[in-house]
Design a binder for this molecule. Structure first.
Ligand code: AMP
Length: 118
């Protein structure tokens, strides 16, 4: 069973922020911003590659409700999902990083010199 499935079933504790029948939102253990929440579907889906439109559609109001609860909806925030090795996905259970609470930097896109690939 994957790490996030263990968080869903309570085997591993988490600091929960919001939950409904289909999604769980909890605080990232290693926050990269003053607000850093992970939103995960309760059903195991490996990555964005495998998610269907129905699940994505229901993720939208859940995240919108979450950012209002966190009071970052007006100040702004970022929603990111990492996919696969080049995307930097460490946990192979679809998750959306919701980052906010301060002005976010736009980080580098690649560890290698992008000019090196041309
Ligand atoms: P990614 O690199 O996109 O797969 O993101 C995985 C995220 O999960 C990282 O930001 C980690 O800090 C976070 N993480 C790993 N283990 C836990 C945990 N037990 N509770 C909360 N967040 C976690």
């Amino acid at each position: 069973m994957c790490l996030f499935c263990k968080i869903i079933n309570g085997e591993i504790p988490s600091n929960k922020e919001l939950e409904d029948d289909n999604f769980l939102a909890f605080h990232d253990i290693n926050p990269k911003a003053p607000v850093h929440i992970l939103v995960i579907p309760k059903k195991h889906i490996e990555s964005f590659n495998d998610v269907n439109a129905k699940t994505m559609a229901s993720a939208t109001p859940f995240i919108q409700k979450l950012v209002k609860k966190l009071n970052i909806d007006k100040s702004g925030y970022r929603v990111i999902t990492n996919i696969g090795d080049n995307g930097g996905q460490e946990v192979k259970h679809l998750h959306f990083h919701v980052l906010g609470g301060s002005k976010l930097k736009w980080g580098h896109f690649t560890d290698s010199d992008p000019k090196g690939s041309f």
